[in-house]
Design a protein around this ligand. Structure first.
Ligand code: ADP
Ligand code: MG
Length: 152
């Protein structure tokens, strides 16, 4: 059922962890430096699984990707683009001001953020990917359309 993803809004239901990663791999092929993906969804919805798929699609070993609960920002190099992976679960809103997530260093790669509702301010050009639990093995994935380019 993977295939046919377009830069426009997309809504997919996957029936396994592997399918979720396949959707992410496909999206990864379209990513450009500076792209920011906000991964919204409850604990166990598949956010980290999705990031593993992004890694695979960028040519990074998905086995390198773990949930960076204690390290706020992980950095995976060696792929087509550097993948930055943040998990803000343990932060409260005020703490995110100092993270520097929108500083220039991240602009050479792609930034994927779990628990983006913890962000205290919007990140330019960020795109929401929502994962919802359907049942034990199924997840609905809603991908926002790509926002228009910004002059920042
Ligand atoms: P999160 O980072 O959102 O807390 P994880 O990706 O760490 O979630 O975990 C998702 C869990 O859900 C894993 O245990 C995975 O095996 C399970 N799962 C079951 N079905 C799916 C699916 N269709 N897509 C992704 N994960 C799934
Ligand atoms: Mg996670």
């Amino acid at each position: 059922m993977v295939g046919g993803w377009s830069p426009a809004a997309a809504d997919r239901t996957t029936a396994s962890e592997e399918e979720t990663q396949a959707v992410a791999r496909e999206l990864a092929a379209t990513l450009k430096p500076g792209d920011v993906l906000l991964l919204a969804g409850d604990l166990g919805a598949g956010k980290t699984t999705f990031v593993k798929g992004l890694a695979a699609g960028l040519g990074i070993d998905p086995g390198d990707v773990s949930s960076p609960t204690f390290t706020l920002l992980h950095e995976y190099r060696g792929g087509r683009l550097t993948l930055y992976h943040a998990d803000l679960y343990r932060l409260d809103k005020t703490a995110t001001d100092d993270l520097g997530l929108d500083e220039t260093g991240v602009r050479d790669g792609v930034l994927a953020i779990e628990w983006p509702d913890r962000l205290s301010h919007d990140l330019a050009g960020a795109r929401v990917i929502r994962l919802d639990v359907v049942d034990d093995v199924s997840r609905r994935i809603t991908i926002d359309p790509k926002p228009p380019p910004t002059n920042d």
